[in-house]
Design a protein around this ligand. Structure first.
Ligand code: HEC
Ligand code: HEC
Length: 340
């Protein structure tokens, strides 16, 4: 526990990086919370506390959008575990978006970004919301120009990149670096797996059995982040009006029709509503869906089938999912005020 307090202390101090001398904090990234492997830092955008700090300002800055009203955090609010709570999310035009807003937590480990995996990296992902006419409605050039006009950003760019020049590439690098520090681990589940036999309640332990055996949830939701990083069909999407074919929209392949990225289940108790179209309000709704064997469809994965789940077993399974709520993101707060 002491080690953990020190870790969060350091993380918090790193956030206040401008009070610190540069050299002290650039060296090595903070250790991720229990249960998570080291964050894979790309060679062309290594960790630096100064980039985290710049990225935090940018993530919360609505001036990246065309009308100056919508920031990344507008849709990915930190107090809703960096996921959208609104079943019909909107951006600058007020027109409902096609899909719900997934969490940014633990995206550092994702093999691809978006429900259809259309972005390979966090850096590349950022161009999409900034350029999408309904989300932030801007262009990379105009976004970089807006930021370059704000004098208060100059020292932050200088510390993060060696000189005060603002480019869109630098903006994406800083935001991606910040995102790689938004983590969740050290949950009751992680403490249990690491030897604290009392960290999980008896109910959650029963739920784990269902998750791994009867329900076969770990066929897809497996590994430290509870996702195999692959795409699968639950029958959800092709049944929407208009239909959303997920991965096939990117690959053009028939066999990818109706497949969506298997999401992490970490913090799932805090990221309602569920599924890419927000169709379920509660975890119980999701469990009822799986109990019945998913949405009947030719796009349904063969690993999804009805299974026994009475009220007691459902509560057990829910308790297990709730035990995946941890820490590593709650300490991240919006800047007290925007740079001027
Ligand atoms: C208007 C709302 C909105 C804004 C603004 C927005 N996002 Fe998103 N974000 C979404 C939606 C919706 C998705 C899912 C879209 C999809 O998968 O097709 C998403 C997906 C993502 C993902 C991928 C998550 C995953 O599970 O694959 C990341 C990372 C992300 N956003 C980061 C950002 C960043 C950084 C910004 C600011 C530059 C931003 N978002 C601005 C709505 C928004
Ligand atoms: C064949 C692979 C597969 C299996 C097996 C599977 N899931 Fe999923 N799960 C997915 C995919 C894909 C999604 C995302 C679908 C979407 O967004 O439309 C998902 C979404 C979820 C969500 C919603 C997460 C969110 O953020 O929206 C929960 C909760 C969930 N699954 C729990 C379970 C449980 C519990 C089981 C076992 C009963 C299970 N899953 C079995 C592939 C699978």
């Amino acid at each position: 526990m002491v080690g953990r307090a020190v870790f969060f202390g350091i993380a918090r101090m790193a956030m206040l990086g401008n009070l610190m001398t540069q050299a002290a904090w650039t060296a090595s990234p903070p250790e991720p919370p229990l249960g998570l492997p080291p964050v894979p830092w790309p060679a062309d955008n290594p960790y630096s506390a100064e980039r985290v700090e710049l990225g935090r300002y940018l993530f919360f800055d609505p001036r990246l959008s065309a009308n100056g009203m919508v920031s990344c955090a507008t849709c990915h609010p930190p107090d809703h575990a960096f996921a959208g709570g609104d079943p019909a999310p909107v951006g600058i035009t007020g027109k409902p978006l096609r899909r719900r807003v997934p969490t940014v937590i633990n995206r550092a480990y994702g093999r691809s970004q978006f429900y259809d995996g259309r972005s390979p990296t966090l850096e590349a992902q950022i161009t999409f919301p900034i350029s999408d006419r309904n989300e932030m409605g801007n262009t990379p050039q105009a976004a970089a120009q807006a930021i370059s006009k704000i004098a208060g950003y100059r020292p932050l760019f200088e510390r993060a990149f060696g000189d005060p020049q603002v480019t869109f590439d630098r903006i994406t690098k800083a935001i991606a670096t910040f995102e790689r520090t938004i983590l969740s681990g050290n949950s009751p589940y992680d403490r249990f797996v690491n030897g604290d036999k009392n960290a999980l309640s008896p109910q959650a332990k029963r739920g784990q059995q269902i998750f791994e055996r009867t329900g076969e949830c770990s066929e897809c939701h497996n590994g430290f982040n509870f996702t195999n990083e692959k795409f699968a069909g639950l029958g959800i999407g092709p049944d929407q009006q208009p239909p959303d074919f997920g991965l096939a929209g990117i690959t053009g392949k028939r066999r990818d029709e109706g497949k969506f990225k298997v999401p992490t289940l970490r913090e799932v108790a805090h990221t309602a509503p569920y599924m890419h179209d927000s169709r379920f309000k509660t975890l119980d709704d999701v469990l009822e869906f799986y109990r019945k064997g998913g949405q009947p469809s030719r796009h349904l994965d063969s690993r999804i089938a009805p299974f026994f789940l009475d009220a007691q077993a459902k509560a057990d399974l829910r308790a297990f999912l709730e035990s995946l709520s941890g820490e590593g993101w709650q300490q991240i707060k919006p800047p007290e005020k925007l740079r001027q």
